[in-house]
Design a protein around this ligand. Structure first.
Ligand SMILES: *[C@@H]1O[C@H](CO)[C@@H](O)[C@H](O)[C@H]1NC(C)=O
Ligand SMILES: *[C@@H]1O[C@H](CO)[C@@H](O)[C@H](O)[C@H]1NC(C)=O
Ligand SMILES: *[C@@H]1O[C@H](CO)[C@@H](O)[C@H](O)[C@H]1NC(C)=O
Ligand SMILES: *[C@@H]1O[C@H](CO)[C@@H](O)[C@H](O)[C@H]1NC(C)=O
Ligand SMILES: *[C@@H]1O[C@H](CO)[C@@H](O)[C@H](O)[C@H]1NC(C)=O
Length: 356
């Protein structure tokens, strides 16, 4: 009796193992010493079938899969390649890729994903390719891509991303190409692209970028191409930090243009230099102050006026026959006629005429 129960249990365990371990009937599989290579390309699948636990390569492209609630690497610890593009997936649960130490390639493009939560792609130490383009991603939380030291290609173009948060693209030391074109990004916040020493191509074309904050791009020592075409960049003083970052990096090719069509790189006018508080020179004790629009202007004292406090108010103040004098309390020009201060001295003082 006991032996029989044990035997039945044994069978149950074996058959469960077999179900997990067999090739799904609609798919084709081959196996070699690295494990199973499963091909379920375009099989009308509405969900992910049970797969052999030694799967290292799975092709699920062109199906109608709506959910991805499998913790792939708990069930298939050898997984290296997951191709699940061209499906109907709308969200990626945060735990989907936990412990995917060996995973190198994820194709998730051409789905309906709308958001990437923090820590969704975290600690995937071997991940090289992450394709998320042509989805409906509107928000990427900070720390969505954490600790991906080997990621080389991150494709996020043709989504609906509205803004880039600080700490989104950070510390990916091998990231080579980042595609973000055709999203709805309007501002690039400080510290959006930090410590990406291998990044060569950054594509931000076709967004709605009008403003790039100071320190948006940090330590991009390998950057050779920064695509910013088709963005309405606002080239008032708020462009100054980006402009000065660019002109110090002549090696970076960029198509960045202002909304009026001028290349950002060609902005060298004195007006832009004046946006820099360090180069705004005020004469005669004037002080540089930064206005709300980012423009640094001179705040003049005493009689001094003009853009750089270079001009005495008395030059333009007509006193008629009197002398110009700067009222010490309020710094405005006054006229001295004889010994009285008035605004204008219409005629020569009689006393002065007689003494001459
Ligand atoms: C990024 O790398 C720097 C330097 O190694 C480290 O201090 C920082 O904590 C890292 N940040 C994140 C979010 O991993
Ligand atoms: C950036 O995107 C534009 C528009 O899709 C494309 O023409 C260009 O080739 C891309 N640049 C790079 C370096 O991939
Ligand atoms: C572009 O950005 C501006 C703000 O800078 C916003 O008012 C406008 O609605 C945006 N346009 C689109 C098409 O998203
Ligand atoms: C810039 O990157 C280099 C090389 O990865 C690194 O040694 C350095 O600490 C980084 N600097 C900053 C300010 O993050
Ligand atoms: C400055 O002081 C003089 C003398 O007191 C006065 O007449 C003049 O109206 C003052 N001007 C302003 C702008 O306050």
């Amino acid at each position: 009796m006991n032996a029989e129960i044990t035997f039945h249990l044994f069978l149950v365990v074996i058959s469960t193992g077999l179900v997990k371990g067999t090739c799904p009937s609609t798919c084709s599989c081959s196996s070699d010493s690295s494990g199973s290579n499963v091909n379920c390309y375009s099989k009308n699948l509405g969900y992910i079938p049970d797969l052999p636990s030694d799967t290292f390569y799975i092709d699920l492209r062109y199906n109608s899969i709506t959910e991805i609630d499998v913790q792939f690497c708990k069930e298939m610890p050898k997984l290296k390649t997951l191709l699940i593009s061209n499906n109907q997936i709308s969200e990626i649960p945060v735990n989907t890729f936990v412990d995917c130490e060996l995973l190198q390639t994820i194709y998730l493009h051409n789905n309906k994903i709308s958001a990437i939560e923090p820590f969704t792609f975290m600690n995937l130490h071997n991940l090289r390719y992450l394709y998320l383009y042509n989805n409906e991603i509107s928000a990427i939380e900070s720390f969505a891509f954490m600790n991906l030291p080997n990621l080389q290609y991150l494709y996020l173009h043709h989504n609906k991303i509205r803004s880039l948060e600080s700490n989104t693209f950070i510390n990916m030391t091998n990231l080579y190409e980042l595609q973000l074109q055709y999203n709805d990004i309007s501002t690039i916040e400080s510290f959006s692209f930090m410590n990406l020493p291998s990044l060569r191509y950054l594509n931000l074309s076709g967004n709605n970028i009008s403003h790039i904050e100071e320190n948006a791009f940090g330590n991009l020592t390998s950057l050779s191409t920064l695509q910013l075409a088709s963005n309405p960049l606002n080239c008032d003083c708020s462009i100054y930090p980006f402009w000065s970052w660019l002109i110090e990096r002549a090696a970076i090719g960029t198509s960045a243009k202002c909304s009026d069509g001028k290349f950002v790189i060609s902005l060298r006018s004195a007006a832009l230099e004046q946006c820099n508080p360090d180069t705004c020179h005020c004469f005669n004790g004037g002080k540089c102050v930064t206005m709300a629009n980012g423009l640094a202007v001179c705040d003049c004292i005493g009689e001094w006026t003009g853009e750089l406090c270079q001009e005495s108010q008395c030059i333009s103040h007509d006193c008629g026959f009197g002398n110009c004098y700067i009222e010490p309390m309020n710094g405005t020009a006054q006229c001295v006629c004889d010994d009285t201060y008035i605004n204008y001295c219409p005629e020569r003082d009689l006393d002065m005429t007689s003494s001459n």
